[in-house]
Design a protein around this ligand. Structure first.
Ligand SMILES: Cc1ncc(COP(=O)(O)O)c(C=O)c1O
Length: 453
């Protein structure tokens, strides 16, 4: 086994500029969520990640059920009893996790028929589900209505017309909320999904006409408004500003149009540390600032929702993989893992504008000082398959386990799992000190699935 012991020298970068994950504030914050801030060995749900990899194979997704429960309780407490929470299944479509969050009193927001299946299998009542997305097909809307789905978050006049036609042909009434494209500039979110020219929602000034049409259509039942302004929002003020704008709009529409908007989905997108140096979302502040807004706009008929994906699950998940090879090229030590971009694309920078190192730690050396500057890459034949170009890690050797933290959201489902045909990793949930497989590992034969010569 080739051990890496010295800090590699790169003439262009001084060692002090190279980040050290084990002392990074974002890493420390996520380790606290996992109750590992003082440990040398990374554990999840009390079990050592290294042993879990030994038992279940590498690479591997691991989720801590108690960390998810703790996070759900914190969000409930901060946002208060007037806010009902929805889990955005897209963040982690694992059935066991969706079920766990339902048991925590959290509903679900779906964005496909696949997610509808997950939600129903997890025990959600169809009538309690919300269906979001800018390009729902007639076939999808039909299946959703047939299942008894509660509310469609419509994003265009054309979708309203289709929904009306389909509801009428099925002899049903479809619950409808309009996703509003808020035009304010101060909405936060590293990945903005609202504002001038956005492809999501209905522009604020077109909403009144749509609301009037829905309210006057007996195949539709107008429920309310929805706004989702962006993901990875680290600014509590910006979230509350968006929520407040939606509440004001709702009040104005109710006054001017004589409609009743009984549901306001305030969006969410609370940010989680994902790359070295990332900040944290101030949940308590969001809760504190939100209460007066809700007080001001409260009405007996009104229900408020906040929909969250990554904030509920990301920090409770770890993607563990094993160092297969080490080598030095051009003075840089390279660690080649058996896992990478194809399973955990976010940590390799997918979806972010600036590439920064993911939250990668040595699973058995959380407190040790840096010993080497390393580049951490996976097995794929693309330069994109890299979790870090240069970070300082404790001594690393072939066979050691590295762990990507904050990997419990937008993991497998957000990754190019078909690229190069490596099997998908197993997903394991740790609960009550016991680990169980909640998604089986794939096989090499999956590369042939559905194909004909
Ligand atoms: C409409 C909608 N709701 C909720 C989410 C979940 O976002 P996050 O995981 O950042 O909370 C998304 C993510 O893109 C979304 O598009």
């Amino acid at each position: 086994m080739a051990a890496v012991a010295a800090i590699a020298h790169d003439p262009l970068v001084s060692a002090t500029d190279i980040p050290t994950p084990q002392s990074d504030a974002a890493v420390r914050a996520v380790l606290r969520v996992l109750h590992c801030e003082d440990r040398e060995e990374l554990t999840i749900g009390g079990l050592a990640v290294r042993s879990l990899v030994h038992e279940f194979g590498s690479p591997l997704y691991l989720f801590d059920a108690d960390a998810i429960r703790r996070r759900a309780a914190l969000v409930h407490a901060a946002l208060g009893p007037r806010v009902a929470l929805l889990f955005s299944i897209k963040a982690n479509p694992n059935l066991a996790i969706t079920r766990l969050l339902r048991e925590c009193g959290i509903g679900a927001e779906i964005a496909s028929l696949g997610e509808l299946e997950v939600a129903l299998a997890a025990g959600h009542a169809a009538a309690a589900l919300r269906f979001a997305g800018p390009g729902k097909t007639d076939a999808e809307l039909t299946t959703a209505l047939q299942s008894g789905l509660g509310c469609v978050h419509v994003e265009s006049a054309s979708e309203v017309a289709a929904l009306s036609r389909i509801a009428r042909s099925l002899g049903r009434r479809a619950g409808v909320a309009v996703r509003v494209n808020l035009t304010s500039k101060a909405l936060g979110g590293r990945l903005r999904m609202a504002g001038s020219g956005a492809r999501f929602g209905v522009d604020q000034d077109q909403v009144p006409e749509l609301l009037t049409a829905i309210a006057g259509n007996d195949a539709l039942q107008l429920r309310g408004l929805h706004a989702y302004n962006g993901t990875q929002c680290f600014d509590a003020n910006a979230f509350v500003h968006g929520a407040s704008l939606l509440c004001e709009l709702a009040a104005a529409f109710e006054r001017k149009l004589s409609v009743r908007l009984s549901e306001l989905d305030l969006g969410g997108g609370f940010g989680v540390p994902t790359y070295l140096g990332d900040p944290q979302f101030d949940l308590d502040r969001a809760g504190l600032l939100l209460q007066p807004v809700l007080d001001h706009h409260d009405a007996p008929h009104r229900r408020y929702f906040v929909e969250l994906g990554r904030y509920l699950t990301a920090e409770a998940g770890v993607y563990a993989s094993t160092i297969v090879r080490t080598k030095t090229n051009g003075g840089r030590l390279h660690l080649a893992l058996d896992g990478g971009l194809h399973h955990c694309a976010v940590a390799a920078g997918s979806g972010s504008v600036l590439r920064r190192p993911g939250l990668v730690v040595h699973a058995s050396a959380l407190q040790q000082p840096a010993a080497a500057t390393v580049a951490i890459g996976g097995p794929l034949c693309t330069p994109q398959d890299q979790f870090a170009d240069a970070v300082q890690l404790p001594p690393c050797a072939e066979g050691d386990v590295l762990a990507v933290l904050s990997a419990g959201a937008y993991g497998l489902s957000y990754s190019p799992i078909g690229f190069l045909g490596h099997p998908t990793p197993a997903e394991v949930l740790i609960d009550g000190g016991a680990a169980r497989i909640v998604r089986a590992r794939g096989t090499a034969l999956d590369a042939l699935r559905g194909q004909r010569p």
